[in-house]
Ligand binder design. Structure first.
Ligand SMILES: Cc1ncc(COP(=O)(O)O)c(C=O)c1O
Length: 381
């Protein structure tokens, strides 16, 4: 029998998604935002991530944009972040007139190198954005210390980091704000989707207003004011109940989903270790860290040519592997809208050698073994 094609990602359902959606329509008759499913998702996030207040958004991009508004980013304000990240990390601040300041990453975790932050701080710096790449925690203690000493906000881009931990604390619940993604490629999904976590109570009231189109409608729906009106800047950041209904079903199964991804991650690691031992590839350096959510499994090849040949080799055998990120500091928009501090040698090197292997909930053990065999055969092993 011919092997089935293996995509690099595949959306999935785990149980009550469709049932919940029909309940939203039939039982509650509430399809716009901030209904019973949205509230249940907020309660789940607050309980499981240890944040004071959570608000669902229609994407992590939207959560980052809300953070930029909450941080009062304005023209000329600088925000320190890695260049090795998704475009939304920077765009959210650029939309407010801010300037992303790109620094290099660590060679082990591929997260922003905390020892380079201080050199990037100027009188214009307002915030630091640690991106927990692949769900692996940034070194939060030194980052928080630098932020405290320089009176800066810490906005965690925890798009990939749901349920990963740093010293016993769930990511996204550590800086003033944390931004999570439920995009279909993430560990738990709602198609598009996200959340902002507010970890400093001083920002809670304003976060609801920005979320609700700049109005105090949330207060009105709790009966705290007798009419609602325009009180601040804001936008429509809340998703519909259909999204929340789908998401709640996934949230209820989060432990099982994440355990499965971690098992896949560990199997990849075990099956490819011999290629690292014979110096053909490098593997992620987090395999023994069980407080990690198994979001991405990547390998690092010798150079860009080898990576291109391996992608082709796998594709010819029905296996889709992908790479990212084109460093933001070297992208057309990054060059004119951002600023770079230091040389970004590790970012530039890793971005041409990193390859993501398929990793999704329904990926079977046999398929992981087949992928690893094909990688082995590419290297003649
Ligand atoms: C690090 C990072 N930040 C932000 C985002 C944006 O997430 P969303 O697609 O939910 O807007 C992503 C998406 O993959 C990401 O990887």
């Amino acid at each position: 029998m011919e092997n089935r094609k293996i995509p690099y990602n595949k959306p999935f359902i785990v149980g009550k998604e469709l049932y919940n959606i029909s309940r939203a329509v039939i039982e509650y008759g509430h399809l716009s935002g901030n209904g019973p499913f949205t509230k249940a998702c907020h309660a789940w996030l607050e309980k499981n991530l240890g944040c004071g207040k959570a608000l669902l958004t229609h994407s992590c991009t939207a959560a980052l944009e809300m953070s930029a508004i909450l941080a009062n980013i304005g023209p000329g304000d600088e925000v320190v972040m890695p260049s090795f990240t998704f475009v939304s990390t920077a765009n959210a601040f650029v939309l407010r007139g801010g300037i992303p300041v790109f620094i290099d990453i660590r060679p082990d975790t591929l997260n922003l190198n905390e020892s380079l932050i201080e050199a990037a701080i100027t009188e214009h710096t307002k915030a630091i954005v640690p991106v927990h790449y692949a769900g692996v925690p940034c070194e939060m203690d030194p980052i928080l210390e630098i932020a405290h000493e320089n009176n800066l906000l810490v906005i965690e881009d925890a798009a990939q980091a749901l349920f990963s931990e740093y010293k016993g604390k769930r990511l996204g619940g550590i800086g003033q704000f944390g931004c999570i993604s439920f995009h279909e490629t993430k560990n738990i999904i709602s198609g598009e989707g996200g959340a902002i976590l507010i970890n400093d109570p001083a920002f809670e009231e304003r976060s609801e207003i920005i979320w609700g189109k700049g109005t105090d409608r949330s207060k009105f729906s709790r009966g705290e004011v007798d009419k609602y009106t325009w009180v601040d800047v804001g936008s429509s950041y809340l998703p519909s109940e259909l999204t929340a209904a789908f998401l709640l079903s996934q949230m209820e199964e989060a432990d099982r989903i994440i355990r499965k991804r971690k098992d896949i991650f560990q199997l990849y690691y075990k099956k490819l270790k011999h290629l690292e031992d014979s110096e053909k590839i490098c593997l992620p350096s987090v395999a023994s860290n069980m407080a990690f959510n198994g979001h991405i499994f990547y390998i690092i090849t010798k150079d860009v040519n080898e990576r291109s040949r391996l992608i082709r080799h796998l594709k010819e055998r029905g296996i889709l592997s992908v790479f990212h990120y084109i460093p933001l500091h070297a992208s057309p928009a990054g060059k004119c809208l951002g600023k770079t501090v230091g040389d970004l040698k590790i970012t530039e090197d890793i971005s041409v050698r990193l390859l993501r292997l398929p990793l999704f909930y329904e990926l079977s053990k046999k398929e992981v073994e087949r992928i690893c065999e094909e990688i082995g055969s590419f290297f003649g092993q």
